[in-house]
Design a protein around this ligand. Structure first.
Ligand SMILES: Nc1ncnc2c1ncn2[C@@H]1O[C@H](COP(=O)(O)OP(=O)(O)O)[C@@H](O)[C@H]1O
Ligand SMILES: CCC(=O)OP(=O)(O)O
Ligand SMILES: [Mg+2]
Length: 402
């Protein structure tokens, strides 16, 4: 490794590449940024919150090349000791993070149809990084790994068992790296022992999911075989009656392919409001009297509360409800509306604590009289990815030397 090695963490999403450079010794972020609007005319890069700069090349390779250039400007290229990639779906092939080899890339490709918005983009990031950082060890960290502890009753669908046996149809769950990090932090914030603890985590971003964490392990989660099940999301519908989809297909003559696009890209907050998938836009629109924005937000909230309550049933005790993700960390409105619907648990937020800005970091937001504590914990998937990359990278380096 270099004298002051760093870990580059890459999260290639459906239209953006989020990246962080972390000090390998402390795992503190030295630099973060986003290349957004990938594969569109307006593709840009912004580093450490700076003004966006247009990308010369608009594709994933172009975005990764722009990130490499930013590292070069800061004389960091030769310090990159490891690259950690967020990979959404690992299927049943990967229950843990792994070093990336050609075989691993092939295996990730095999499961990619199950997370089409994410995995193909994730793989583009891996391939571009291999070109730009030749010889640097890369590590894959899967959203699905943390949920490998689900019991059959939590991961099976009520379908004929042969679909599971013959086709591997089952629930996997996603956002595992975030749920893993947030549940660890929550135990220290709320001062509860891992061995006897029960938490419900609400990761609310563009994609959104709930996770029940019992004694440090995921025991239930709202996403399924693909990242479509569960909550209403930015553009995804979440839970929907298959009978409704079949009815729509019969009435409109739309194919499975058409409907897959509708449920993944045209539904959720966007589809309900007819306005935007971005919660900030919808909150403002509601404030300005936009009725469908209000309806979209209230539907989003109702589903979150229903899933939080349902997930509590997988725990033996409820020590806390924790909000994270772009919405969970920043929207006092959503947190308040969700808490209002959880009165059955004796949950009450403290208005002032809930009104603190996202920049306030980890914080308890419930009233002292609340029967269950509620907290906000900013997620840090990048740190978890860097830690996994370092752990696997060290093992690999030791094996090379031996
Ligand atoms: N200050 C804020 N108030 C309300 N919503 C916010 C705020 N900041 C970000 N969001 C919302 O967070 C969502 C994006 O969350 P994020 O976790 O960044 O998504 P991703 O799944 O792409 O990682 C968007 O709906 C955005 O509007
Ligand atoms: C794959 C899980 C998911 O929805 O991720 P996202 O929140 O980054 O879209
Ligand atoms: Mg995210």
């Amino acid at each position: 490794m270099n004298e002051f090695p760093v870990v580059l963490v890459i999260n290639c999403g459906s239209s953006s590449v989020k990246f962080s450079v972390l000090d390998a010794a402390s795992c503190d972020a030295l630099m973060t940024g986003i290349a957004d609007g990938v594969n569109t005319e307006s593709a840009f890069i912004s580093v450490n919150g700076s003004e966006p700069v247009k990308l010369a090349r608009k594709d994933y390779e172009g975005a990764l090349a722009a990130i490499a250039l930013e590292l070069e400007k800061r004389d960091l290229m030769s310090s990159v000791a490891l690259i950690g990639h967020r990979i959404a779906h690992g299927g049943s092939l990967f229950s843990e993070s792994t070093l990336i080899t050609d075989e691993v890339i092939d295996q990730i490709r095999q499961v990619s149809p199950l997370a089409p918005l994410h995995n193909y983009a994730n793989l583009s990031g891996v391939e571009a990084a291999q070109q730009l950082f030749p010889g640097v060890q890369q590590v894959a960290v899967f959203d699905t790994s943390f949920h490998q502890t689900l019991a059959p009753q939590a991961y099976l669908y009520g379908l004929p068992y042969r679909f599971f046996e013959e086709l591997g149809v089952r629930r996997y769950g996603f956002h595992g790296t975030s749920h893993r990090y947030v549940s660890q932090q929550a135990r220290s914030l709320l001062n509860i022992p891992e061995a006897d603890s029960g938490l419900v985590i609400a990761h609310l971003g563009n994609g959104a999911s709930i996770c029940a964490v019992r004694n440090g392990h995921s025991v239930d989660t709202s996403m399924g075989m693909t990242p479509l099940e569960g909550l209403v999301m930015g553009t995804r519908c979440g839970d929907v009656d298959f009978g409704a989809m079949s009815w729509i297909a019969q009435q409109t003559g739309q194919t499975f392919e058409d409907l897959e696009r509708v449920v993944n890209k045209e539904s959720g907050l966007l589809g309900l409001s007819g306005l935007s998938s971005d919660l900030r836009t919808l909150e403002k629109a509601w404030h300005d009297g936009h009725e469908r924005a209000r309806l979209a937000i209230e539907t989003f909230v109702h589903r979150i509360a229903r899933h939080i309550a349902g997930h509590a049933a997988s725990l033996h005790r409820l020590d806390g409800v924790v909000f994270t993700g772009g919405i969970g960390e920043n929207s006092k409105l959503i947190r308040q509306l969700v808490a209002d619907r959880l009165q059955v648990f004796g949950i009450r937020l403290d208005e002032q604590k809930n009104a603190q800005p996202g920049s306030a970091g980890e914080r308890i937001i419930s009233a002292d009289t609340s029967r269950v504590p509620c907290a906000v914990i900013p997620t840090n998937e990048e740190k978890m990815i860097a830690l996994d990359a370092l752990r696997l990278g060290k093992v690999h380096l030791a094996a090379e030397i031996a």
